[in-house]
Write a protein that binds this ligand. Structure first.
Ligand code: TPP
Ligand code: MG
Length: 219
């Protein structure tokens, strides 16, 4: 039983890895317009967290969203077509790499802007009185954006069912986060009365185990 689950995790992570490698490869050949951000090396975050969600949960993600979409069960070819701007893409080719919507997954490339959106969506989930929640993925380089703190404040005040997953890769595109972000990330959540747990790992089993605990607290 456990073996099956581990194989599923591995298969899901490998699917993301191969997709992103193909994207990078094809990008050089001019197949896509615009830009793209891959989640190479961050596969375990997407798979570990998203595998533990209830089917009706909402995902709000950022500019680096391919892995989240694929871990959610999104179609690889439809994502590829979306990146190519084709009508067969997830959003008929209008969203591109950063702005996709499929089922309960929404991505937006505006750094930090997704946090207040996620809080509002979590409030909506709470009002439905269902056992669902919202998970928002943000990067460490986004902690210089003021909107996220307004979001944390209202999330705590309204006690909305929200899980904030910070994918801390220590870099904001090309800027080391240490040059742009002061202080401690977990302490920022705690100052709003939001419990925070830090993991330094890419072990999908560890991340999934932590996600189970976090969802138990959120719901
Ligand atoms: C409001 C806003 N400002 C600037 C950008 C340009 N931008 C795209 S990715 C990025 C860095 C993001 O760093 P981080 O949050 O750590 O995410 P990572 O790329 O490491 O996953 C920036 C500044 C943006 N998308 N939105
Ligand atoms: Mg980062």
């Amino acid at each position: 039983m456990m073996m099956d689950q581990e194989q599923n995790y591995y298969r899901a992570m490998l699917r993301i890895r191969r997709f992103e490698e193909t994207i990078l490869d094809q990008f050089k050949r001019g197949l896509f317009s615009g830009t793209t951000h891959t989640s190479l090396g961050q596969e375990a975050n997407a798979v570990g967290v998203i595998s533990q969600m209830l089917p009706d949960n909402v995902i709000v993600t950022n500019h680096r969203c391919h892995g989240h979409f694929l871990a959610y069960g999104g179609d690889m070819q439809a994502l590829f077509a979306e990146l190519m701007g084709r009508s067969t893409g997830i959003c008929a080719g209008r969203g591109g790499s950063q702005h996709i919507h499929w089922r309960n997954l929404y991505s937006n490339g505006v750094q930090g802007g997704i946090v207040p959106i996620a809080v509002g969506m979590a409030l909506a989930e709470k009002r439905k009185n269902k056992d669902t929640s919202v998970t928002v993925f943000i990067g460490d380089g986004t902690f210089g954006e003021g909107a996220i703190y307004e979001g944390f404040n209202m999330a705590s005040l309204w006690q909305v069912p929200l899980l904030v997953v910070v994918e801390n890769n220590h870099i904001a595109q090309t800027t080391p986060s240490s040059l742009a972000i002061a202080g401690d990330l977990a302490a920022r959540f705690e100052s709003f009365g939001i419990p925070a747990v830090e993991l330094d790992t890419s072990d999908v089993l560890e991340i999934a185990g932590q996600a189970i605990q976090m969802y138990a607290e959120v719901h």
